[in-house]
Design a binder for this molecule. Structure first.
Ligand SMILES: C[S@@+](CC[C@H](N)C(=O)[O-])C[C@H]1O[C@@H](n2cnc3c(N)ncnc32)[C@H](O)[C@@H]1O
Length: 206
């Protein structure tokens, strides 16, 4: 895959899946257990608060967050993903939008009490990582929280022929450098044998 049109790869896959010609590897038919598990563990309650779900794919994490009481906007660069998410969740209160994380709407900056980023940063080529890290961190409102879930780039591996391009520790820490404070950074191996980062960042109340 080239750096020139990184998002086109995803649109092509979602189109093939919509035509029954491919399967979406991250379609679990429900929320990511490591996202949902964090909300359950922390006892998060969202009533009266706004959440942004980054790279929402088929919308299952966004629906989970809405179920916690948050008012949710969820976006993806792939318009077929957004169309499929709307069709999968008819009557949903989630606002599904097509938008590119490399150039998001300006009014989203500093506007969200909760930002959920699961597996999207690793879907963007490393050359764009500083830019998307800045945008994601910038979404978080004063007093707000960012939940990040991503694969761990194994020690000794310099580069991958992605997507995905999994994250190094310094790429996780870069979210703190972008104006947030790291509240918790977990590195764990799931039931599937894959090692992941789950990190939580917060912005001081204004
Ligand atoms: C591995 S999938 C994960 C989807 C979803 N977060 C989940 O866990 O089911 C990565 C998603 O990021 C989206 N994506 C890739 N580049 C993007 C960009 N520049 N802006 C917004 N979304 C992007 C893809 O279309 C895809 O839906």
């Amino acid at each position: 895959m080239s750096d020139e049109a990184p998002a086109a790869w995803f649109e092509r896959l979602y189109r093939q899946a919509a035509a029954g010609e491919a399967e979406i590897p991250w379609d679990r038919g429900g929320p990511n257990p490591y996202v949902a598990g964090w909300f359950a563990r922390e006892g998060v309650e969202g009533r009266g608060r706004r959440a942004l779900v980054v790279g929402c794919g088929l919308g299952d994490d966004a629906e989970h967050v809405a179920g916690l009481g948050f008012e949710v906007t969820a976006f993806d660069v792939a318009e077929t993903a957004v169309r499929t998410a709307r069709a999968r969740h008819p009557g949903s209160a989630v606002r599904y939008r097509t938008a590119d994380l490399t150039d998001p709407p300006a009014q989203w900056a500093g506007a969200w009490d909760l930002v959920v980023e699961s597996l999207t940063v690793q879907s963007v080529p490393r050359s764009l990582r500083p830019l998307v890290t800045r945008h994601i961190a910038g979404f978080v409102a004063p007093g707000g929280t960012l939940l990040l879930l991503a694969g761990v780039l194994p020690d000794g591996v310099d580069e991958e022929d992605g997507p995905p391009w999994r994250l190094r520790r310094d790429e996780v820490d870069a979210f703190a450098a972008a104006g947030l404070t790291a509240a918790d950074v977990e590195r764990f191996t799931g039931d599937d044998g894959r090692t992941r980062w789950r990190a939580v960042f917060s912005r001081a109340a204004g």
